[in-house]
Design a protein around this ligand. Structure first.
Ligand code: ATP
Length: 337
């Protein structure tokens, strides 16, 4: 288990991480996503955990042992960066064997482990390929095999999919999840993409400007974001005031059932939290200003009294059409509760 208390990291005089506290690997969680916008300090945090960045304050412990003074290569952590950083001019097997040779594994043990890793990352038969001949996705799988080969206590993945195209990213995201679960290696994965985080992780930690704002299972994060910034970062497009009484919330877009104590709350709406239907003879809630047909269904933008609202619809509504807006109770987030 990784335990970080009051961590500080600075570049020169500039603090990038200040007083950060984080516990990873409790309650059976294998894969934790570290999710945050570009420049918030995710890579810096991962590098500090790996021992690649000096810390200016606080403590990093693993299984109770303080890592201060433990150099990177003695931490037994595996690291995969965005571009894999394979050793060029060498074969796949020589890359995967690298950490095992450092640890003085016997030749037969190394050979067996390399084969096992190639099976795990689904590249059997690739042992003698030179790394220059690999595609981007293959190279990242080799980097993963190299990191996992010495059986690390913790695996750190710093945006391992960022350089790949979208289709490959999604496929490899799911593959990596299966691989680290099969290896049963606690893993932290850095990403700025909340869909990627949800595809892979069983716990998501949200980072903002050098601090952690929330650590939660994905479903809880979607339904109970800690604050408005977090809500918007994970896809909320409309924030709505509501008054709750007896499990029902009254809002400018009508009533909905909600699990929240009585009183004032703010609700976070994603497009799929609101359903638009043609108003017909009813008094409309707003007018459609744009329509987009996405793979997941039709998305509309509606100008309403509460401002512009993104919504989904299964009707053939057109721009300029008057619509009714209804909340979808199980898709409505409560902010800050
Ligand atoms: N070696 C360095 N020297 C000085 N400043 C740095 C250095 N590395 C990073 N920074 C700065 O520290 C801040 C955090 O950078 P970091 O790379 O940790 O963010 P990140 O969340 O990983 O971003 P991204 O998602 O874009 O990779 C940024 O403002 C960055 O410009």
């Amino acid at each position: 288990m990784l335990q970080i208390d009051g961590l500080g990291v600075r570049y020169g005089a500039t603090p990038v991480i200040e007083d950060l506290t984080w516990t990873v690997g409790t309650s059976g969680s294998v894969l934790t996503a570290l999710l945050g916008p570009s420049g918030c300090g995710k890579s810096t945090l991962i590098r500090a955990v790996a021992g690649l960045e000096p810390i200016s304050g606080g403590r990093i412990r693993f299984d109770g042992t303080d890592l201060a003074g433990v150099p990177a290569h003695r931490r037994d952590f595996g690291v995969v960066f965005q571009d894999g950083q394979l050793f060029g001019g060498r074969t796949v097997s020589s890359n995967i064997a690298y950490g095992l040779k450092m640890r003085r594994w016997s030749r037969p043990a190394i050979r067996a482990r390399v084969d096992e890793m190639l099976e795990l990352v689904r590249l059997p038969g690739y042992a003698e390929r030179r790394v220059e001949e690999l595609s981007g996705g293959e190279a990242q799988r080799v980097a993963l095999a190299r990191a996992l080969a010495p059986r690390p206590r913790l695996l750190l993945l710093d945006e391992p999919l960022a350089a790949l195209d979208r289709l490959l990213r999604e496929r490899l995201a799911i593959e990596i999840t299966e691989i680290v679960r099969a290896a049963d290696t606690p893993t932290i994965m850095v990403t700025h993409d909340h869909t990627e985080a949800a595809l892979m992780a069983d716990t998501i930690s949200v980072m903002r400007e050098g601090a952690l704002v929330q650590t939660e299972a994905p479903e809880q994060l979607w339904l109970r974001p800690a604050d408005e910034w977090t809500a918007r970062f994970i896809g909320v497009t409309t924030v709505l005031d509501a008054e709750v009484a007896d499990g029902r919330a009254a809002t400018a877009l009508g009533e909905t059932t909600i699990e929240a104590p009585d009183g004032h709350v703010r609700l976070g709406l994603r497009p799929e939290s609101v359903r638009a239907t043609p108003a017909g003879d009813h008094t409309s809630d707003g007018v459609v200003v744009s329509v987009a047909d996405l793979p997941s269904g039709r998305r509309v933008r509606v100008t309403a009294d509460v401002g512009d609202v993104e919504a989904v619809t299964s009707d053939a509504v057109a721009i300029g059409e008057h619509v009714l807006l209804n909340l979808v109770p199980e898709r409505v987030a409560v902010i800050g509760r």
